[in-house]
Design a protein around this ligand. Structure first.
Ligand SMILES: Nc1ncnc2c1ncn2[C@@H]1O[C@H](COP(=O)(O)OP(=O)(O)OP(=O)(O)O)[C@@H](O)[C@H]1O
Ligand SMILES: [Mg+2]
Length: 469
């Protein structure tokens, strides 16, 4: 076996192939791919309910068969990892929990347990308890007390071979760029065996969203979002758009009150394949363009051409149903990191309304109708104009002005009033739900918002709590 060497040295990202020592960068043609996730993350298909550690005890025979096949066909994996269970089955990958058998053979500078002054990984401020190591189970602590060093677990993400090589490389490269970012899952390494690529990530114990979102107090929601926005700030600072912010991609351990952002399968650098969009123009020029447009001068048409020969508008729609920002639905050609803020807002609305999934549309048109029902036709029309398109509807239940978010939440919870803390959360939600991405709050600003900000006194208190004796 190779001598000690770093597994995530700060060099351009490389995928280890077949043999442990023969490194090779994947560099193939992009074969193109459809990038939408069909389902809202309501659980049918994500498989995240299997993620609790209790599931280690029971392995379904079909899962065992799948793991055996994987271990027997992926050269060299058996020597490095002991597969424990399947913990997730997504649209683009299967994820397994495994024991890292060769942990001590490497430098592991990704591991916050190692003393590394350069590592910027710490738990977001939480008040309640001393935080434990994120990768360890209760089993580990028991084991450490009894049998010496704890076992180290990893998550092996087996990316389906049908994914385009460019997409796989993009995910790994972005993860590599995000090394050492607070609350973002680090990439340990990756291997390739023929057409199969696997990403090795630290294993994060987490709780199924459906098990806690109804029970969380507003203070707990605040801690959750501090953690999520800490991750988003780091990602957005590097001008990376995650594009798939939803509960199953933010692994949250409700006992330790810390979360980690995963799944950069749809992520992209801001400005990739973008074309000018009206939303980037100053308001005067935009107003002039809109007032001269056919829609504004002729009014709404009574119908649409049967055979419309005009080329259809093309824009990246990647994301999950129910979490897409209005600019994605209106096919804005210059999408920004602000689209992640909208999706985070959808998660917050879910917590506050106690409804999951909150938005449940079958397609983008239905999604627009859902948003229009809340925000009203007028604001929806201005939002469409902002991106150089029109929004028309004759659905009688969609009002001109819509409803306030406070009303929507009170109806959903069947209550007549909200607490002061809830009202502050709603005020924050309004900033995440600005229809105009230019006006929407950024992750950095969000962390300074009264709802998320940690004041000095609180910080001092937390420092005392988190300082080891
Ligand atoms: N590092 C990790 N630690 C623990 N569990 C993980 C880890 N990474 C992923 N998982 C589990 O596997 C699931 C799927 O992972 P991921 O989202 O990366 O794959 P995907 O194929 O892109 O999924 P989807 O299409 O559902 O978004 C996650 O929702 C989570 O439950
Ligand atoms: Mg996912």
């Amino acid at each position: 076996m190779a001598a000690v060497r770093p597994r995530n040295a700060r060099i351009p990202f490389e995928i280890h192939h077949d043999e442990l020592d023969a490194d090779e960068v994947i560099n193939e043609e992009d074969h193109g791919s459809d990038e939408s996730r069909g389902e809202t993350q309501d659980g049918d298909g994500d498989g995240d309910s299997e993620c609790s550690d209790e599931s280690d005890a029971h392995v379904d025979p079909s899962v065992q068969e799948d793991m055996d096949k994987f271990q027997n066909t992926f050269k060299g994996i058996k020597e490095r990892f002991r597969l424990i269970n399947r913990i997730g089955e997504g649209t683009f990958s299967t994820v397994y929990k495994a024991e890292d058998l060769l942990y001590d053979h490497f430098e592991n500078d990704w591991d916050p347990d190692k003393e590394n002054p350069n590592l910027n990984w710490c738990s977001p401020p939480v008040k309640r308890r001393k935080t434990n190591h994120p990768y360890e189970d209760e089993d580990d602590h028991r084991q450490r007390r009894q049998e010496g060093p704890p076992k180290k677990y990893v998550a092996i993400k087996k990316i389906y071979a049908t994914s385009s090589p460019m997409r796989i490389l993009n995910e790994l490269e972005l993860l590599h760029d995000l090394q050492n970012c607070n609350s973002v899952c680090p990439l340990i390494t990756a291997f390739r065996n023929t057409d199969q690529v696997i990403a090795i990530l630290p294993y994060f114990r987490h709780t199924d969203f459906r098990d806690y979102f109804r029970e969380f107090t507003t203070s707990q929601v605040r801690v959750y979002f501090r953690s999520l926005f800490t991750a988003l700030e780091a990602v957005h600072e590097r001008r990376i758009i995650h594009r798939d912010i939803k509960p199953t991609n933010f692994l949250y351990d409700s006992a330790k009150e810390r979360g980690v952002l995963v799944d950069f399968g749809l992520a992209e650098k801001e400005g990739t394949e973008c074309k000018p969009c009206l939303c980037q123009k100053d308001s005067e020029r935009r107003r002039a363009r809109i007032s001269n447009s056919v829609a504004a001068t002729m009014g709404p048409s009574n119908g649409y051409p049967k055979n419309d020969s005009r080329p259809s508008r093309r824009a990246n729609r990647a994301g999950t149903r129910g979490f897409r920002a209005p600019e994605v639905l209106f096919k804005c050609t210059n999408q920004t990191t602000k689209l992640d803020i909208w999706s985070a807002g959808v998660i917050l609305l879910t917590f506050l309304s106690r409804r999951f999934p909150f938005f449940n549309s079958a397609d983008d048109v239905e999604a627009m109708i859902e948003i229009a029902t809340i925000f009203g036709v007028q604001r929806m029309k201005s939002c469409a104009y902002l991106h150089g398109t029109v929004f028309e509807t004759n659905i009688p239940t969609i009002g001109k002005t819509g409803f306030t978010l406070e009303k929507i939440i009170m109806w959903s919870k069947a209550v007549n009033s909200l607490s002061g803390e809830e009202k502050l959360a709603v005020a924050f939600l309004e900033r995440c739900f600005e229809l105009d991405p230019n006006k929407r709050i950024s992750a950095k600003e969000a962390l300074e918002h009264d709802f998320l900000r940690v004041d000095d006194e609180e910080e001092d208190e937390m420092e005392i709590i988190n300082t080891p004796e």
